[in-house]
Design a protein around this ligand. Structure first.
Ligand code: UDP
Length: 240
């Protein structure tokens, strides 16, 4: 039974920054293609994949509001629109290699994508389509990590897989402390109280309350997305 995938339905969170790679442009098409290929491989195994995509490669509301005096809600709406751009880019990439994909937005943009309808999203997944949730939660003052936790709970996905530019959760900031160790597992409580800054607290708390495990892993290592989706050991597992 060891070859049997661990998860049946997953929520893959891809941050905007991860899409940018080291390119000067906002999106590196090599990265979106790598994501598409790995997602294609697991959907062929029958695993249902929903995505939440971030927007930090294009616009981050909080930092603009802070530095420019732009009001926070307006800035956050721009941030949410940024996630829609990433979502459409990813959708087009997935469909270019034959993965049927639907984008659902948290606020209406009906010429561009479907509105978020929970039951419809689930139906798409059951039919083997990938669903990309865009525009975050639709509310300012939230993040796409929180959108990932929320959508995961709503569609009864079993796990949030958070694809990032780091290997997982460390016991200290690896940029400042070269001795920082990568953790195999960590509890929600430690993430919250030790402020391990892998995910914002709203997102972690939502997962904790709903017993949703979170796997934090590095998207830049080939094969990692496929491994994470199949439930193989990769990165750090956040749990109870
Ligand atoms: N955002 C928001 N509400 C949400 C999700 C996102 O207002 O529910 C805005 C917020 O301004 C955020 C931006 O969209 O900075 C981009 O999302 P995020 O920073 O979460 O993207 P990531 O860090 O994953 O690239």
């Amino acid at each position: 039974e060891s070859n049997k995938p661990r998860w049946r339905r997953v929520l893959l969170k891809v941050s905007g920054e991860a899409l940018a790679g080291d390119q000067a442009q906002n999106i590196d098409p090599k990265i979106t293609m790598a994501i598409a290929r790995e997602v294609a491989a697991v959907t062929r195994l029958g695993i249902e994949v929903a995505l939440v995509v971030g927007g930090g490669n294009i616009f981050r509301g909080a930092s603009w509001a802070g530095s420019s005096g732009l009001d926070r809600s307006s800035a956050d709406y721009i941030g949410m629109l940024a996630t829609v751009m990433n979502a459409i880019f990813l959708q087009a990439t997935m469909e270019s290699i034959g993965i049927p994909t639907r984008v659902q937005t948290a606020f209406r943009m009906s010429e561009v994508a479907e509105p978020y309808i929970r039951r419809r999203a689930i139906r798409h997944l059951e039919k083997g389509r990938v669903v990309i949730f865009a525009a975050g939660t639709g509310n300012p003052f939230f993040t796409t990590d929180t959108a990932a936790s929320l959508r995961c709970a709503e569609i009864n996905a079993e796990v949030v897989l958070k694809a990032t530019n780091v290997d997982g959760v460390f016991d200290d900031d690896p940029k400042r402390n070269p001795q920082a160790r990568l953790l195999d597992t960590v509890t929600y409580q430690d993430v919250i109280t030790k402020d391990l800054s892998v995910m914002d607290l709203t997102a972690v708390t939502l997962c904790q309350e709903n017993n949703i495990p979170v796997v934090v892993f590095n998207l830049n290592k080939p094969g990692n997305i496929e491994k994470a989706i199949k439930g193989e050991r990769v990165g750090t597992l956040i749990g109870a």
